[in-house]
Each structure stands twice: as C-alpha cells, then as structure tokens.
Design a protein around this ligand. Structure first.
Ligand SMILES: Cc1ncc(C[n+]2csc(CCO)c2C)c(N)n1
Length: 223
C-alpha cells in the first residue's frame, strides 16, 4: 500500500464529513449567505499569506533542483492564482485589498497556520509535506465533488469560479505531484517515522474541518 493510501484511509471519515458540511454544501448549491462567504474569503486570504510561506520552506528543504522549482511554482501559483480569486471576489463585494490583508485571524486560523509553520521550521521535508498536504488534497476532493454533484445547479453561479478553480485539472495536478512526492520520499521509511507523518496529516485534516466550521459559525476571539 502506498503511504498516501494509508493517509487517505486514516482521514477519510473527516473528509466525508467535510463534503456534508453546510458551508461546503452551500457553496455547491449557491445558497450560502454572502456574509458567510465574505467571512471565509477574508480569513482564507490571511491564511494563504502564511500558507504560501510553507512552499518557500519547501524550496529551502528540497534536496534537488527540480523539487525546488516545483515548490517555487506552487508559491507563485498561490500568491498570484489562488489569492487572485479572492481579490476578484472581494472586488465584487466592495472589499479592498487592504481590508483583506488586514484581516485579524481567528483562533482556529492562527492555530492552524502556526502548527504548519512550526513543522516547516523544525521538521523534515517529509513532515512539512505531510502537514501541508490535507489543505491541497482535501480542496481538490471538495472541488471535484461539488463540480460533479451540482453541475446542473443553475443557482451556484455566484460561487462557480470557486468550484471551477478547485476542480480544475491544473489544480488537481499540483495535488497529485505533492502526493507522488510524499510517496517517493516515504518509501522504505521505518514505522516510527511514518507514524509521525500520519499524525501531522490527521491533525491538519482536523484543522481543515474546523476552518469550515469556524467560517460558517463565525468563531472569533471571545474577548
Ligand atoms: C483553509 C484552506 N485550506 C485549503 C485551501 C486550498 N489551498 C490553499 S494553498 C493551495 C495550493 C495552491 O495554491 C490550496 C489548494 C485554502 N485556500 N484554504
């Protein structure tokens, strides 16, 4: 069994729950309240600022030029592709780039990015990939599921660009590249090392779910 298959099995029940989450279903159906989407977009924008730095760490920790270049491409793609989607949506809703950038991260958002940045700074390349992978892989799963389940939904035009981006083959190929890289890097590794990687993958899969919950429920600092 490939290591990525083991990881998928480990978190499948969390990801299945994500597909049923009212925020995700609302994105697909198109009836998610705009205020919830705006909350998500602002939180996600500052999330992506920190997340993109993980790819920079990937370039630093990579052991060959090809992998360095691939991480650099991911960094570029996040700053100029994915974050541009957020900037375009923000513009439609009358939100400035300064507002987006100045968003104060909620406790869940901060805990999630700090967890990954800590692994990036103190862990191995394999640990870094294991902790950042659920973010990319689970979004691709969500994008594909929404594109399939709601393809005839005339109602989802507002969030159509979001679904289009995350279900695209181009986006999928980035996730596949990272999954394949982790499979290569973990070949022949002892169980005690694999267990550490599995733990990172589980924790950040849980954070992904909590992020959806947080933007749906509006979880913020209590005081
Ligand atoms: C909370 C949260 N989790 C995952 C993603 C998805 N995502 C973040 S970076 C990246 C790689 C390509 O740019 C992908 C797919 C998100 N936007 N927000």
């Amino acid at each position: 069994m490939k290591f990525s298959e083991r990881l998928f099995e480990k978190v499948n029940c969390i990801w299945e729950k994500t597909h049923e989450h009212p925020f995700v279903v609302g994105l697909g159906r198109g009836d998610l309240p705009v205020e919830s989407f705006i909350r998500y977009m602002k939180q996600d924008y500052v999330f992506l600022i920190d997340y993109s730095k993980l790819f920079a760490f990937g370039t630093v920790k990579a052991r060959d030029v090809e992998t360095m270049a691939a991480f650099a491409k991911l960094l570029e793609e996040t700053l100029n592709g994915e974050m541009d989607l957020h900037r375009k949506y923000a513009k439609r809703f009358g939100i400035t780039e300064q507002d987006l950038e100045g968003t104060e991260p909620t406790p869940i958002n901060l805990a999630y990015t700090r967890y990954m940045l800590n692994v990036a700074q103190n862990g191995s390349l394999e640990e870094l990939i294991s902790s950042l992978l659920p973010c990319m892989w689970s979004y691709w799963e969500i994008g594909k599921t929404l594109a399939e389940n709601y393809q005839n939904s005339s109602n989802h035009l507002l969030y159509g660009d979001w679904v289009k981006m995350y279900s695209s083959d181009e986006f999928g190929s980035l996730a596949i590249w990272l999954i394949d890289l982790l499979d290569q890097l973990t070949e022949g590794k002892p169980e005690r090392e694999l267990a550490v990687l599995e733990e990172h993958f589980l924790i950040t899969s849980r954070f992904e779910y909590m992020f959806w919950d947080m933007v749906y429920e509006g979880g913020d600092w209590p005081v």
